[in-house]
Write a protein that binds this ligand. Structure first.
Ligand code: DGY
Length: 308
């Protein structure tokens, strides 16, 4: 708020930080604005751009993903769109790895068991799971900045890493021992498959019934990217029927709704889209969005523009 107040423009702030604005509040709130700072919960489309008016010059999305923004429509109206890359890579990779470990070693399931008061004693087979550090194979779908941060963690855990994406063929990936792979090969070989691709028309339902069937019955799926990359109904069936062993999910197909089939399953760990929710990370995302707005309003190039 201090950084916002330093901008030499009047600032209108949605009054309730704990709930997104309703569509009506949003459309009214952006009217007459030169810059809009949006969260991923806001749909920034033609209707919103028109409601803002012709003076609108920049939409700064406080997220690295920008599938909530119609970038082409903004471009047609001469509106710059920015996102918040880099600053959230480590926090998001931490959560992806946290989910990987939690599901592999059944931490949440074991916690629930203990809290239930059920009798127990140490036993050789009690909550056995995947040995991550014994050479397990991690498949990274979409080796971008966050995927690379996950690969660094995997290397420390002595995992074999396969990855799809242009950067999988680069020097940084090679230095981490990452093996470039096709999606099918990665699905077939991965003990854990972690998704780090953006949501685009090409990646919607990339992980569908067919893809899940290619995975090992002992494999784990981790999604900290975007919910619709996975066909959630197919995932529920795969988890229920033993097609794969488990999943760690930070994102959901119809947020904030969670498929009811997931809620009843023990082999899935669910968290509410908190990948970047480190305190310092969230500050950095907010400040970067403000700096992007300030730059465009001052006639300077934005720091982190996105193109459609
Ligand atoms: C993003 O930045 O796209 C995350 O989903 C939220 O931080």
């Amino acid at each position: 708020m201090r950084r916002l107040s330093e901008l030499d423009v009047p600032v209108v702030v949605h009054p309730d930080p704990d709930r997104p604005p309703t569509r009506a509040e949003l459309l009214a709130g952006v009217s007459g604005a030169a810059g809009v700072i949006a969260l991923l919960t806001e749909r920034v489309d033609e209707e919103l751009l028109v409601a803002a008016g012709d003076q609108l010059r920049v939409v700064a999305n406080v997220a690295v993903g920008f599938d909530n923004v119609d970038v082409a429509a903004a471009g047609r109206r001469g509106v710059v769109v920015t996102n918040t890359p880099d600053v959230l890579d480590e926090a998001t990779a931490d959560l992806a790895f946290g989910l990987l470990l939690a599901v592999s070693r059944r931490v949440v399931e074991a916690d629930r068991f203990l809290r239930s008061g059920a009798p127990w004693s140490w036993a050789p087979t009690l909550f056995t799971g995947l040995d991550v550090s014994a050479g397990a194979t991690l498949g990274i779908v979409g080796l971008g900045r966050i995927g690379m941060a996950v690969a660094r963690r995997a290397r420390a855990f002595r995992m074999r890493v396969l990855a799809t994406g242009r950067r999988a063929h680069g020097a940084e990936a090679a230095a981490l021992g990452v093996q470039p792979s096709t999606l099918d090969e990665l699905l077939e070989r991965g003990d854990v498959v972690s998704l780090h691709c953006p949501l685009t028309p090409q990646t919607r339902h990339l992980i569908d019934e067919r893809a899940l069937a290619r995975m090992k019955p002992t494999a784990i799926l981790v999604n900290t990217a975007r919910g619709p990359v996975v066909d959630e109904a197919a995932l529920v069936a795969a988890l229920r029927d033993g097609v794969i062993a488990g999943a760690g999910l930070d994102v959901f197909e119809n947020e904030p709704e969670v498929h009811p089939g997931l809620l009843g399953l023990d082999n899935v760990v669910l968290v509410p889209h908190i990948g970047s929710a480190g305190l310092a990370t969230r500050d950095a995302m907010g400040l970067l969005a403000i700096d992007n707005v300030a730059a465009v309003l001052a006639g300077r190039p934005p720091l982190t523009p996105v193109t459609g």
